[in-house]
Design a protein around this ligand. Sequence first.
Ligand code: PMP
Length: 397
Amino acid sequence: TSVFASAEYIPPDAIFEVTKGFLADSDPRKVNVGAGTYRDENGKPWVLPSVRMAKEIVANCGHEYLPIAGLKTFRDKAAELVFHDTKAWSEGRVATCQSLSGTGALHLAGLALKKANPTLKTALITEPTWSNHDLLFSSLGFEVIKLPYYKTGAFDFPSYMAALRAAPSGSVIVLHSCAHNPTGCDPSKEQWKEIATVIAEKSMFPVFDSAYLGFNSGNVDEDAWAIRYFIEELKMEASVCLSFAKSMGLYGERIGLVTFSTGSQDTARVMNSILENVQRATVSTPPVYGAQIAGAVLNTPEIAKQWAQDLITMSSRVQSTRRKLYEELLRLGTPGDWSHIVKQSGMFGYTGISPAQIKELQLKYHIYMADTSRISIAGLNESNVEYFAQAMDHVVR
Ligand code: PMP
């Protein structure tokens, strides 16, 4: 009999299916609020001006292998973005390794944590969360526990705290540094402090999924506030998993960084060695082009300056689109309270509409939305926001 005789079909990833449906639709009014990719005011993918400048610099860089841990000039500058003013950084206590974007960073973090400490068993994630957290951490052999996160348009702080207090001590806990995906609701600073206190008390290990640093507010330092609170104020060890997919628009280049902020230089040296080991076992060496581009953006002062501007361009377009959508729904008198659209931040918003309404949006209005009712705000712009609001208005009435 075949080796595959008892293999079972695994349904395709839902969000990639939404994009597939959108691409196959020939209606000129079609709108894609599914996938979380930034679009400019004309609904087109945007190559950041800073990235264009960097590409000119790296045009002749060649195609040699990188070292196992990746491009050193990129790793150092990317880590500095997050850690620059911390003692962990100035004292050389941060281990880093280039990764296959944010997903690869989380994967290496999980692998390295297991190797460093085989007693780590459980991973805590939020419910809802980015759809890959559960799959990724359970694939690594973690028992995944979901902490309730969201209720009627907002972060459900009491339920989250109760579940956190009840969760096993010593768990790995995945935290969204900012711009929680999919809800767009982040804890306030005061709430972060309470969360951090419980995490410290219960000797949990924080893994900061940081896919939106700089993209959320337009300012990396502001978006990294929670990270620095944990490692600088509470002197905790933590992993920070960075992605340059959104913040530099380098989605397909798969450029990211996994970091461990540790308690000593010695531990950082050990964790660097473990990261190299798990990198070698999985991808051998990371891809070079994205690292060169991101490295050139971060290391060339005038390009870095342009990038700071580009972050503001993207985050302010998303913010103003939120406002337009909200105002349009108000103008139409669409039943329901839509204020959460302007209270949430980041790429995503949670509309809270039903699966039947999502289906109707697609069939009648050619609007493609994740089945969770999450919308990617970046998919909206001047020319389709009114159409989108009208369609929403029709389906919720
Ligand atoms: N974490 C979260 C919360 C995300 O939203 C994403 C992107 N959708 C990622 C991680 C990783 O994305 P990538 O691997 O493309 O960097």
